[in-house]
Ligand binder design. Structure first.
Ligand code: SF4
Ligand code: MSK
Length: 644
């Protein structure tokens, strides 16, 4: 049994875990212990439930059955299991992207029918520059009236999902050389839904039995997420909800407030939480909160919804994935509204131990016994108000004497996008990536790292993220972050400009101080990993760092991953040419040596990048830095100014 200090390095988390223990409330860490030892066949990826002749399993010691009833071997079974996860991850991101595209089409409808303004959906085009540049990318004449552009753009974006001919429009953002690699391998994504369906088809009993071909189809599907569904979600959210700009805020459970109605938004899709932000400021509701004895309404976020409302409004973050239960266990949350993805089913039972109201809002994610207030974009603001009101009315039920709000809260700066990086580095009048490229070329900056992903109770919470990132910045690697990883590092004070002086190497320090940025840049939620792809493409376009994404001195990592979406992200990173390290658990492929070797070695020859699995953050940093140095060498860049 692990100690509380082994469970998490975060002091606020430790405090609430002690409270949970004292009150005999079980959390993910306890449930993991109850699951142990976890199924070895599952861990090795050699259990197959694809058809009713099974379930079949392959004996990893080579003594028992080596093929399933149909004759499928460990390679086929492990590869099929893995790529099915890619399909699920891509579905989650891409369905999110589709929902945002639908919101845009709603705007188009209301403009066409002259209902804008009086329409109750309350969405507008907030980034007109990005709106027009998107229209241009899709071949729409931007001289046309806004209403017409809206109608045509939303139609074209929605068509990307069901596209039957040609390839995805956004792939043109990738460097030419990368596009050619995809074309030659026949993995250029065509339609977003098509790639998911085709991938699932190939995993049906008796279809694709070649593990390398299964991985190729998996990569095409992952690319349709990174350069399709996720990119659509990110860009359209910026258009409709506004593009983020650097913003200061606070993070950790200490953002919950003692005398306020605490409402927590959790999940992934910001179209509703955006309205919750507005509703929490509604004078009528603030008045109501005061009537119920509170000083006001305090909105905070968990997981990626947190990142979305943080990036655009500076709404404080209560915590990352493993803190969702803990937020409720503080006893100080009146209402938690959830939509889709990464929401633990356990929340319902935990909420019943407190006064907290759990409210589901998506028709795609209902929890038995939980209050459901369905979100409808047509009536978004009114629904958000209804939910906030329910939270306010619940405030008198808080047992103040039993509530514990940790004091820990840390400052952070978020709100970095590929466009903002342009502006910050090049200045508003000559936005350019040139200073970034030159810093890498001249050896003041070693390179770039994308550190992303979840938490997993199998690893000490937040330790892997923060130890890895500290080591990277110490070695002059600028770190780009998204998701729960960004929240982990923010809690440890790495997302403030002052962190450069404290933790970064001298070269990185100089750059951060010159432009006033933290050494770790928060780029947003999980779908915003697509910002990293576009930023990397800009770097190539700027010149001096090769012709393909695989040439850049850069590496990716998901140190504490748990979600299928993380697998998909990993695959679109690798298929785009980015060397990517995954923490702890290999993708349950160890039961197939061929597949494991292919992922960690063979893929390099195919797509110019590969996976690495590693369970030690210092070792992860070492691997990433070695890779970055190798790329520097290949590009014949100058030696590092401060780190020889
Ligand atoms: Fe067994 Fe083959 Fe069916 Fe899988 S597909 S369950 S290996 S018979
Ligand atoms: S929320 S996918 S736990 S990062 Fe995006 Fe966090 Fe991972 Fe969910």
């Amino acid at each position: 049994m692990s100690t509380i200090e082994q469970k998490s390095i975060d002091v606020a988390t430790q405090e609430i875990l002690r409270k949970a223990e004292a009150e005999n409330i079980k959390t993910a860490w306890d449930r993991l212990e109850a699951q142990e030892p976890q199924c070895g066949f599952g861990q090795l990826g050699v259990c197959c439930t694809v058809c009713a002749m099974g379930p079949c399993r392959i004996d990893p010691f080579g003594e028992g059955a080596q093929v399933g009833v149909c004759g499928a071997n460990a390679d086929t079974i492990a590869a099929r299991n893995l790529v099915r996860k890619i399909a699920v991850g891509a579905s989650a991101h891409s369905d999110h992207g589709r929902d945002v595209a639908h919101t845009l089409s709603l705007l188009a409808d209301s403009h066409t029918h002259g209902k804008s303004g009086s329409h109750s959906h309350n969405y507008e085009i907030l980034d007109i520059v990005k709106f027009k540049s998107l229209a241009q990318e899709f071949g729409i004449d931007t001289q046309k009236p806004k209403e017409q552009i809206l109608t045509e753009l939303s139609k074209k974006l929605l068509e990307e999902f069901g596209k039957q001919e040609g390839t995805l429009t956004f792939i043109k953002r990738a460097p030419k050389k990368r596009q050619k690699i995809w074309k030659d391998l026949n993995i250029t994504p065509r339609g977003i839904d098509r790639e998911i369906v085709e991938l699932l088809h190939t995993t049906h009993m008796g279809v694709d039995n070649d593990y390398k071909n299964l991985i190729a189809t998996g990569m095409r599907c992952a690319l349709s997420d990174g350069w399709g569904g996720s990119m659509t979600a990110t860009d359209l959210q910026d258009v409709i909800l506004g593009s983020p700009v650097p913003v200061r805020s606070k993070v950790n459970l200490g953002v919950l407030k003692e005398n306020y109605v605490n409402i927590v938004v959790h999940g992934h899709e910001p179209v509703l939480s955006e309205m919750a932000v507005k509703a929490a400021e509604d004078p009528e509701l603030v008045k109501l909160a005061k009537k119920f004895g509170a000083e006001g309404i305090n909105l905070a976020g968990i997981c990626c919804t947190a990142n979305e409302v943080l990036m655009r409004h500076g709404i404080p973050v209560a915590g990352n994935f493993l803190q969702q239960e803990l937020a409720i266990i503080t006893g100080a949350v009146e209402l938690m509204m959830v939509d889709v993805q990464c929401i633990m089913p356990a929340l319902h039972e935990i909420a019943t131990c407190f006064h907290t109201k759990l409210v589901t809002t998506s028709s795609k994610a209902r929890f038995p016994g939980v209050v459901h207030i369905e979100f409808d974009t047509n009536n978004a603001y009114e629904i958000a108000k209804q939910i906030i009101r329910a939270g306010i009315e619940n405030y008198p039920n808080r047992k103040k004497e039993k509530a514990t709000i940790p004091v820990e809260k840390m400052d952070l700066v978020a709100g970095f996008t590929k466009e903002i990086i342009f502006q910050i580095l090049g200045g508003r009048h000559r936005a350019t990536y040139k200073p970034l490229n030159e810093a890498i070329i001249s050896g003041r900056l070693r390179g770039l790292a994308g550190v992303v992903g979840c938490n997993n109770p199998k690893q000490t919470h937040d330790y892997y993220h923060t130890a890895l990132v500290k080591e990277l910045i110490k070695n002059d690697v600028l770190v780009l972050q998204t998701g729960c990883s960004a929240i982990a590092c923010a809690k440890q004070g790495l997302l403030i400009p002052e962190a450069a002086k404290k933790y970064a190497g001298k070269g990185l320090q100089e750059i951060c101080e010159a432009v006033g940025i933290p050494p770790v840049l928060h780029l947003g939620s999980c779908v915003d990993n697509s910002r990293i792809l576009t930023a990397a493409s800009y770097i190539i376009e700027e010149g001096g760092l090769g012709e393909d994404l695989s040439d850049i001195p850069a590496a990716g990592c998901a140190p504490e991953w748990m979600s299928e979406k993380a697998i998909t992200i990993g695959f679109y990173f690798v298929a785009s040419g980015v060397y990517t390290v995954f923490g702890s658990n290999p993708f349950a492929t160890l039961g197939s040596k061929n597949l494991t070797d292919y992922l960690t070695k063979g893929l390099e020859e195919v797509v110019g990048a590969r996976f690495e699995f590693c369970d030690d953050p210092m070792q992860m940093a070492k691997l990433m830095i070695a890779h970055i140095d190798k790329k520097r060498q290949d590009l014949k860049l100058k030696p590092m100014v401060y780190h020889a």
